[in-house]
Design a protein around this ligand. Structure first.
Ligand SMILES: Nc1ncnc2c1ncn2[C@@H]1O[C@H](COP(=O)(O)OP(=O)(O)OP(=O)(O)O)[C@@H](O)[C@H]1O
Length: 329
């Protein structure tokens, strides 16, 4: 099962360059969260701080009863076993075949015999749809397959938290859709906490339970998908609707005079799409009823929200939709 990560007052700089300061939020246990932000806002640096590959200037990262920046080397080694990390390019060893790459953490971190390792590797390969690719070298498979191999490797130690750094970079839209479905299915199956860094607004809009935005050396907002996607906060609205108008400029941020020149531009947030559901028809425990957050906070959904490809409205037809999905097909 997943555990929460509590981040408090985190600050990170490299020399005189402050990446972010005072980042405080909780990544909820067992839920899927996505972190976005313009290039260079320190998303990868943030992930590295969570697993202790980089140390913050100050602040805390509580995972279970440990505070990551304050752990000793041997404690950190143990703590890292709670994390499964999918690095940007899959980070596979080029000279090892897919099987050995996936088996690597088991051979490195456990005393399991080869028979058990084989069982686990095959189970995880099946989970990510890679069965049959055991003997291939990373250079002989597609980018999408490399990501899935990296994901299988991240899963072999049964992590409570899965971190993925731009898992969709370099993938075509169809492969991205498959990968997103895989994340939803895995979250449903494993109950682990997922934190995904992505640049893909399409992914951000349909995949996670929670969304966060890093900008101007801080976390501008973090919260339920509906809260963020209906927000009129200028940077949040601009980013999640992929618009030029707003405080985010070509070189990270615009100055005040540029923002003033544009005038008060406040676009209506785009419709909130229905959230991806597990392919086996289940409803994930952390999935919220469509429109629930908006209703509770008396926020009007952007027009056209929660309508699926078949024209059904998930907000008004949710009970019927769930009942239909539960019926054996
Ligand atoms: N080890 C390091 N030493 C010095 N500076 C670093 C180091 N790692 C990252 N940086 C700097 O920190 C900033 C944030 O980098 P990071 O890779 O986290 O950004 P990002 O938000 O993930 O960007 P992108 O979306 O382009 O991947 C960059 O300016 C980068 O040059």
């Amino acid at each position: 099962m997943g555990i929460e990560i509590r981040v408090e007052g985190l600050r990170k700089s490299f020399g005189r360059q402050v990446i972010w300061e005072d980042v405080t939020f909780t990544i909820p246990a067992g839920e899927i969260s996505a972190l976005l932000g313009p290039s260079g806002t320190g998303k990868s640096v943030f992930l590295k701080n969570l697993i202790g590959l980089l140390r913050p200037d100050r602040g805390h990262v509580y995972v279970g009863d440990g505070d990551v920046p304050r752990l000793r080397e041997n404690e950190l080694y143990e703590m890292r076993r709670r994390f499964g990390v999918l690095f940007q390019d899959g980070a596979l060893f080029g000279s090892m075949n897919v099987y050995d790459n996936i088996a690597f953490p088991l051979r490195e971190h456990t005393r399991k015999g080869e028979g058990e390792i084989r069982r686990i590797v095959q189970e995880k390969m099946e989970m990510v749809g890679l069965t049959g690719a055991e003997g291939k070298l990373p250079g002989e498979i597609s980018g999408g397959m490399r990501k899935r191999a990296g994901l299988a490797r991240a899963l072999v130690l049964d992590p409570e938290i899965i971190l993925a750094d731009e898992p969709d970079s370099g993938l075509d839209p169809v492969r991205t859709a498959y990968l997103n479905q895989l994340f939803v299915d895995l979250n449903c199956e494993l109950g682990a906490t997922f934190l995904i860094v992505t640049h893909d607004i399409g992914t951000a809009r349909v995949l996670p339970d929670n969304l966060g935005l890093l900008f101007r050396r801080g976390l501008v907002m973090f919260g339920p998908r509906e809260m963020v996607l209906s927000s009129t906060h200028p940077a949040v609205n601009q980013f999640f609707n992929a618009r030029r108008q707003g405080p985010i400029g070509m070189a990270e941020e615009k100055d005040q005079s540029q923002i003033d020149d544009e005038g008060a531009y406040q676009a209506m947030p785009a419709p909130i799409p229905p959230q991806l559901m597990p392919s086996d028809g289940r409803v994930r425990p952390s999935m919220r009823r469509p429109g629930e957050w908006l209703r509770r906070h008396q926020v009007k959904p952007p027009p056209g929200s929660f309508i699926d490809d078949e024209g059904r409205n998930w907000m008004t037809e949710w009970d019927e939709l769930v009942a239909e999905r539960r019926r054996p097909r």
